[in-house]
Design a protein around this ligand. Structure first.
Ligand SMILES: *Cc1c(COP(=O)(O)O)cnc(C)c1O
Length: 376
């Protein structure tokens, strides 16, 4: 079976883990965490990068930093992973789901203003498949209405919108290093702070509500409980693993892009009725996080996944729309009809995309073509 995902190891991870072991540095914020922070700050241009134990944790930190109160509203797409919404629901805020664009599957910026009420505090955008949202329009709306912007850039490392790295545009952003993402450490993430007003409090919230970071820098002479917070930092062992990946991040991305381009050349040249390949706006350069196809309907998608499986290829679908999920109905509401979201969530199929797939790609492409053209 050709799996849908296979985590890529650079080969440098164990050496760095051995270094952390040798230094007896197990808890967080040691040498490797600092190296990861520097790498992220340098490559994204964010004011402050802070490793977390997941993107979910980074989003929770963002929700704490925005001081959301029960009943406050956060505008977001429904076509996303649950963590985008959960982080805000944990603060008692209400996710307000709006529809996505049919081309990029990102939040439809033209629908955001209609969703704004007197309770709206923030917009949380998701850069689906590592392709940037229409950030100029979104930042403009946020500025005119006095809203915060959080980028769920879980899938967006090393992608750009108009030459700016994803994660560097909103007030706050969250990255993921989960094993299913491009750059990984198993379970991990980072909060990127772009608005300098959040830097000091972000460090405090991440360190259990204490001013421990300032203490270690010698800026205060004792450390104490100063705010709410939790434990959001990962161990040095994971940071050591991650740093080996970050050092190779450009090469990993290039190889993914090469695979993605082969898929795209194949499927955009293939004229099968009602099967659509991804569309990338000129304003975006992407990191090839996901290659997907849009099939005509749910029945055709289920048949496609089953037929691919028979040919030894695992393909998968996502997302079950949040606005119609049990928790989405309980905690959120939607603004307008979410027709594109409903349609896409029944029609999207993700193809395998991992380093090492090169030697199997021909089989994957030919299998898909046979199955799709059998239906004309
Ligand atoms: C993967 C993902 C997350 C969650 O990332 P974790 O690091 O597993 O918490 C959140 N949002 C989106 C859009 C994701 O793709």
């Amino acid at each position: 079976m050709i799996p849908f995902n296979k985590p890529y190891m650079t080969g440098g991870e164990l050496g760095y883990i051995a270094d952390a072991y040798g230094n007896r540095q197990l808890s967080g914020d040691g040498l490797f965490t600092r190296r990861c922070h520097e790498w992220l700050e340098q490559r994204t241009g964010c004011r402050k990068a802070l490793l977390t134990h997941s993107c979910t944790a980074a989003l929770e930190m963002a929700a704490l930093l925005l001081d959301l109160q029960p009943g406050d509203e956060v505008i977001m797409p429904s076509f996303t992973f649950v963590s985008t919404a959960n982080a805000f629901v944990l603060r008692g805020a209400v996710p307000v789901f709006v529809d996505i664009r049919p081309d990029t599957l990102n939040i439809d910026e033209a629908l955001i203003e209609a969703a704004i009420t007197s309770r709206t505090r923030a917009i949380c955008v998701v850069h689906y498949a590592g392709v940037g949202c229409e950030m100029d329009a979104i930042m403009d709306i946020a500025e005119r209405h006095g809203l915060w912007v959080v980028e769920d850039a879980a899938q967006g490392i090393l992608s750009e919108y108009k030459g700016r790295p994803l994660g560097s545009i909103g007030h706050l952003a969250a990255l993921s290093f989960h094993e299913t993402k491009n750059i990984i450490c198993g379970e991990g993430g980072a909060l990127l702070v772009n608005d300098p007003r959040f830097v000091e409090r972000a460090e405090i919230i991440r360190e259990k509500g204490t001013n421990r970071s300032r203490f270690f820098r010698g800026q205060v002479d004792k450390y104490t409980w100063v705010d709410v917070g939790s434990s959001y930092l990962p161990s040095e062992i994971l940071a050591a693993f991650l740093y080996a990946q970050l050092e190779m991040a450009d090469a990993i991305t290039q190889k993914r892009v090469a695979l993605w381009n082969r898929y795209q050349a194949w499927f955009s040249g293939l004229s099968v009725r009602d099967v659509t390949a991804p569309q990338i706006p000129d304003s975006c350069t992407h990191n090839a996080h996901i290659y997907y196809l849009l099939l005509p309907d749910l029945e055709r998608r289920s048949a496609f996944i089953a037929a691919m499986k028979e040919r030894g290829v695992q393909s998968v679908f996502h997302y079950l729309a949040l606005h119609s999920s049990p928790a989405g109905r309980r905690y959120g509401r939607h603004s307008g009809e979410l027709a594109v979201t409903d349609s896409i969530s029944e029609r999207l199929v993700r193809m395998p995309l991992w380093l090492g797939l090169e030697e199997h790609l021909e089989h994957v492409l030919e299998s898909a073509q046979q199955i799709l053209s059998a239906h004309g």
